[in-house]
Design a binder for this molecule. Structure first.
Ligand code: HPA
Length: 271
């Protein structure tokens, strides 16, 4: 990644009308419909944006959408890049650098995840308070990193405290059960073994998924405040494990999505 590539991507988006968005939003697996609520949308398909990672065959829906939501100028990623699709960590986080360069001041992230903490249930929402990176790599481990910011980024408080508090208040007011916990990111795409679920619990994870952490690391690199929520789509009980079912995961994500939308809209309203 070089700065000129970012400038070429930005020139394309600005030319399309992506004018100074204030907030960036990443929509996770099964969580894309907030994009349909954006007013006066302008769409840019990932495949058409210069220097964006090239989409894989299965990955049709990826696009950046610019418009307004709750009176705020937003840019929304409908679909993200995952390491398990064969992208490297710089590809996965390239859109975060682009949204930052477009001018966003805050980033909201969503994902689908499995519940490791068995007090949490399928269909619950979990606010990320911290994470464990099990991807085996960092999006900041590259030669030119100091052109983009500090190399040794502090990760003592990766998720913005104020926005977390605000979101908890909104959840309470809206009667939404929102848990809070630690998200562990794994490479995938295979689901975990029972032994791995046991390990995740022992090391302090409350939820597990295959995204988000690289994006959060890069956002911290850019000093971009983040709030992130997981929609818990399955319960990872090593002693009563049901066969993995991706269709069911997507179905549960879709069912819970209206609550996530309420939370994000509520948060936008406070800004
Ligand atoms: N493991 C990893 N990623 C996931 C899971 C899981 O159980 N559920 C949803 N995404």
């Amino acid at each position: 990644m070089i700065k000129q590539e970012i400038e070429d991507s930005i020139a394309y988006l600005i030319n399309k009308g992506f004018d100074s968005p204030e907030i960036g939003i990443v929509l996770g697996t099964g969580l894309g419909s907030l994009a349909n609520e954006i007013e006066n949308p302008i769409e840019a398909h990932y495949n058409n944006i210069p220097f964006f990672p090239l989409a894989t065959v299965e990955f049709h829906t990826g696009k950046l959408i610019y418009g307004t939501l709750e009176g705020k100028k937003v840019v929304v990623m409908q679909g993200r890049f995952h390491m398990y699709e064969g992208y490297d960590l710089q590809d996965v986080t390239y859109p975060i650098r682009i949204m930052h360069r477009l001018g966003i001041k805050k980033l909201f992230i969503s994902n689908a995840a499995g519940a490791i903490n068995l007090d949490f249930k399928k269909g619950d929402i979990m606010l990320l308070e911290d994470h464990i990176n099990l991807l085996g790599g960092s999006p900041l481990a590259f030669k030119g990193v100091s052109q983009f910011g500090e190399r040794f980024v502090d990760m003592g408080e990766p998720y913005d405290v104020e926005m977390r508090k605000t979101l908890q208040g909104i959840a309470k007011k809206e009667n939404i059960t929102m848990r809070s916990g630690v998200y562990a990111s794994v490479l995938g795409p295979q689901l975990e073994t029972r032994a791995e679920y046991r390990m995740l619990k022992i090391i302090g994870a409350d939820a597990v998924g295959m995204s988000t952490v690289p994006e959060v690391i890069v956002a911290n690199h850019l000093k971009l405040p983040i709030v992130a929520v997981s929609v818990l789509t399955d319960e990872c009980d090593p002693d009563n494990l049901e066969p993995a079912n991706i269709k069911e995961i997507i179905r549960i994500a879709g069912e819970t999505e209206p609550q996530m939308i309420k939370l994000f809209r509520g948060l936008l309203k406070t800004m």
